[in-house]
Design a binder for this molecule. Structure first.
Ligand code: FNR
Length: 183
């Protein structure tokens, strides 16, 4: 596609509902958008002592983010915040000082939980960090998904047509959001 979007999932779990949600979401994108999943599970724990010799995995993530026209985060909520692995990725790719790759990237945020608030607090904490990192985050529509049994069918598709329609609406807005920032 003409626009490459980096997708970052805040869970490392094999059967992650957030990864499933991300997989279903990217199918709703237009042909001019391509989506690249950026993996964060092999990043070292951020240590400022390593700023002058960042690990290859950090260099890779930073390069990938730089090459993207926009980003999508799909995250679970851990203990009413974003998972440490996600914060660790944000920290690693924000340093050394002055080389943050997050600056100016138009960003969409979604999340799924088995709980009722659908990762709302994790998303709000993520917005806080992205605001500081100067990445504009799309405010609406918000996506707080509660995943119950049967939410995904056997092929990993979202079973409810209403939910698919809602996510299509989100994607259509996000596409406009990215294009707006590309101008
Ligand atoms: C959770 N979970 C959870 N859910 C929630 O709605 N609010 C929360 O604060 C937490 N806290 C929390 C902490 C930890 C350490 C775990 C492992 C889980 C439940 C969470 O929503 C559920 O495990 C999801 O399935 C996690 O998302 P993935 O990994 O399936 O994408």
């Amino acid at each position: 596609g003409q626009y490459q979007i980096g997708v970052i999932v805040g869970s490392l779990r094999r059967d992650s509902i957030n990864r499933k949600l991300a997989n279903a979401l990217v199918k709703l994108g237009p042909a001019e958008f391509s989506f690249k999943f950026l993996e964060i599970g092999d990043l070292p724990l951020y240590n400022q002592d390593d700023d002058d010799k960042q690990a290859q995995s950090v260099v890779r993530l930073k390069g990938d983010v730089k090459g993207c026209s926009g980003l999508i985060f799909v995250t679970p909520e851990y203990n009413r915040s974003m998972p440490g692995v996600l914060k660790n990725a944000l920290d690693n790719a924000s340093r050394p000082y002055g080389t943050s790759v997050w600056t100016g990237k138009p960003t969409g945020i979604l999340g799924a939980s088995i709980g009722q608030i659908g990762s709302a607090m994790a998303q709000q904490h993520l917005r806080n960090t992205l605001a500081y990192l100067d990445a504009p985050t799309m405010g609406q529509p918000e996506v707080f998904i509660q995943v119950k049994d049967g939410f995904f069918d056997g092929d990993g598709n979202i079973a409810s047509p209403d939910t698919v329609k809602f996510l299509q609406g989100w994607m259509d807005r996000y596409v406009q959001w990215v294009k707006q920032h590309a101008e």
